[in-house]
Design a protein around this ligand. Structure first.
Ligand code: NAG
Ligand code: CU
Length: 232
């Protein structure tokens, strides 16, 4: 919410503090679990993270403090898991989902170091400059299949929606982030997840997919930020 001039109007129209869309719930198969049962609760109800270098960029503001109070969900390698929102996404943008293996319990892991690999992305659809479409718009969850070759153990699953509606200036892209805690079972362990990146560190904030005017001229192509997806 960067349009400062519009804030008084927005406050006048919406009498109570309305929370922005948030990733609140782990999805196990077709089951959406309770909000913040397995997802670390953040403390910035209405604000995105815009500093890609800040520690809060990892698991959102409050995401480390709430780790020990968050349960760890059991998920099976080869199964469909995901993260659900409290309301559908209403900004144009893209999604990335990363995982990181915890050295011990997920609830004790701060996610530091080059430990994150990408497991899912929802990118933009372009056609050379006539139109640009955002498949993540109106999604209320993002799901993916945990590769069967993954090593068993505790992981963090970090989801980010990168809202790009005011991304034409540095720091304008808005990151809506949450981390879930899971124990992966049933993996063969033969896989070697990667490439591994540090978060923060994975982005500079000036990538063509982050510092971008999506309105005019219509981008001819779109480059999804971050490493390629590891699919096992
Ligand atoms: C589109 O592709 C060109 C050529 O590879 C690249 O320089 C540019 O950054 C891309 N634009 C976006 C928005 O990804
Ligand atoms: Cu917004």
């Amino acid at each position: 919410m960067k349009l400062a001039a519009l804030v008084p109007l927005a406050v006048a129209l919406v009498p109570s503090v309305s929370a922005h869309y948030r990733w609140t719930s782990l999805v196990e198969g077709s089951t959406v679990t309770s909000p913040y049962q397995y997802v670390r609760q953040n403390t910035n109800y209405n604000s995105p993270i815009t500093d890609v270098k800040s520690t809060d960029f990892r698991c959102n503001e409050g995401g480390l403090a709430s780790a020990s109070a968050t349960q760890t969900g059991i998920v099976q390698a080869g199964s469909t898991v995901g993260i659900a929102l409290d309301q559908p996404i209403y900004h144009p943008g893209v999604i990335n989902v990363y995982m990181a293996k915890a050295p011990g319990a997920a609830s004790a892991f701060d996610g530091s170091g080059a430990v994150w690999f990408k497991v899912k992305e929802v990118t933009a659809q372009t056609d050379g400059g006539s139109t640009i479409n955002w498949p993540s718009l109106n999604m209320d969850q993002v799901t993916f299949t945990i590769p069967t070759s993954i090593p068993n153990g505790d992981y963090l699953i970090r989801v980010e929606d990168i809202a790009l509606h005011v991304a034409q200036s540095p720091g304008g892209a808005q990151f809506y982030i949450s981390c879930a805690q899971v124990t992966v079972q049933g993996g063969s362990g033969s896989g070697n997840p990667g490439p591994l990146v540090a978060i923060p560190g994975v982005y500079t904030g000036t990538e063509p997919g982050i510092l971008i005017n999506i309105n005019y001229p219509i981008p001819a192509n779109y480059t999804q930020p971050g490493p390629p997806v590891w699919s096992g």
